[in-house]
Every structure is written in structure tokens, then in C-alpha cells.
Design a binder for this molecule. Structure first.
Ligand code: AMP
Length: 193
């Protein structure tokens, strides 16, 4: 199985690029943010998740890990998965390792999109016009999401670096240019490992 963790701060382009990688390599795309937003809005789980995401904070690990695992189980025939927005904490990364080991597979690589903070803010405010996401539109929430990323999520890259699975990709440029960099990184990595 090809299991790709597509990593990066909010606004780095994970969702857009995941769709491209999904098409090219025939993968399943799982975005925990999309899963949370897709829950029945009247359910207790949706309300709980929203109480965190509205503030730009992370949904607790225990809930997020369960959601992710049940999402993966929906695709028993998958050739591989792109994990978009997961794992976002070290506990999630550890849980993913255990979960995939139980399925006789593992994370193949982490592709980390690197984008400067000012560019992220500009992109998110621009995206708010079409995403209609309150967490994109409000500069305070955007800042909080970036702070949460720096504090809780950025260290997850180190987790994969220790396993020699981290590949950093310049996330500035046209969408096509960045897609090409991702394709190149994937092919290089598959050819050498
Ligand atoms: P995203 O669409 O990836 O920007 O996620 C939107 C929001 O969903 C985040 O700000 C978090 O509140 C929540 N969320 C998504 N993925 C995770 C995760 N792996 N762990 C915790 N919270 C998450």
C-alpha cells in the first residue's frame, strides 16, 4: 500500500494537491477536516468537533483517531491512502503507526509542504471568499490555527524524520509547479527505497 501523509500548515495547499495525487496514483483521499465538516450537524459529535474547530483548536486525539480509523476501514480495497490533515499530534502519529501495523502496512512517506506564514494568511483570507469557512475568514482564528500548528503539529515532522520518511517540498509557486514537485519526490522516493 502507498500511504502518504501530506503535511503542512493551514493554507499550504494540502487539499488541492491531495486531489491531484489521488487521481495520479489511484489513492483514497482522507481529510479529517472534511470528515468533521461532513458530519450530521445535529449530532453530538459534530457539535463537539465544531466547538474546537470554530476556535482554531485541535479536536481531542481520542475522538480524531477513532474518526480516522473508521474512515480508513470504509476502503478495504484501497491501493493506498493520502492522509490530509492527519496526524496533527505525536499521539496521532503513534496511533497511525499502530493502526497501520495491524493492517500489515505502514506510512510510506510524509510530504511536507513548506510555505511562509504571511503567504498562508493571504491564501486563507482569499480562500474564505469561496470556502465560506468561518475559520478561514476571521484573522484571529487564522492566527490561532497557525499557532496551534506551530506548537502542536510541527513537531510531528520530527517523528517521521526519525524514520527517514520526511520529504520537504517547497509549497510556493503555481499549483501545477507544486504538483510536479510532489510527483518528483514520490517517484524518487519509490525508486530509491
Ligand atoms: P482542516 O480542514 O484540516 O483545516 O481542519 C479544520 C479543523 O478540523 C481544524 O482546525 C481542527 O479543529 C479539526 N481537525 C482536522 N483534523 C484534525 C486532526 N488531525 N486533529 C485534531 N483536529 C483536527
Amino acid at each position: 500500500m502507498l500511504n502518504i501523509v501530506l503535511f503542512g500548515p493551514p493554507g499550504a495547499g494540502k487539499g488541492t494537491q491531495s486531489e491531484r495525487l489521488k487521481e495520479k496514483y489511484g489513492l483514497v483521499h482522507i481529510s479529517t477536516g472534511d470528515v468533521f465538516r461532513g458530519l450530521d450537524p445535529n449530532s453530538e459529535l459534530a457539535k463537539l468537533a465544531k466547538s474546537y474547530s470554530d476556535k482554531g483548536e485541535l479536536v481531542p486525539d481520542e475522538i480524531t483517531i477513532k474518526i480516522l480509523e473508521s474512515e480508513v476501514q470504509k476502503f478495504p480495497e484501497a491501493k493506498g491512502v493520502i492522509y490530509d490533515g492527519f496526524p496533527r499530534t505525536e499521539a496521532q502519529a503513534e496511533a497511525l503507526d499502530v493502526f497501520l501495523t495491524g493492517k500489515n502496512t505502514s506510512v510510506t512517506m510524509m510530504l511536507s509542504l513548506v510555505v511562509p506564514e504571511q503567504e498562508l494568511k493571504t491564501r486563507l483570507i482569499e480562500r474564505a471568499k469561496t470556502s465560506r469557512r468561518q475559520d478561514d475568514a476571521d484573522p484571529e482564528i487564522v492566527q490561532n490555527r497557525i499557532n496551534t500548528y506551530n506548537k502542536q503539529t510541527a513537531p510531528v515532522a520530527g517523528f517521521y524524520e526519525k524514520q527517514n520518511k520526511l520529504l520537504e517540498i517547497n509549497g510556493v509557486g503555481s499549483i501545477d509547479e507544486i504538483t510536479q514537485r510532489l510527483y518528483d519526490a514520490i517517484e524518487n522516493s519509490l525508486a530509491t527505497n
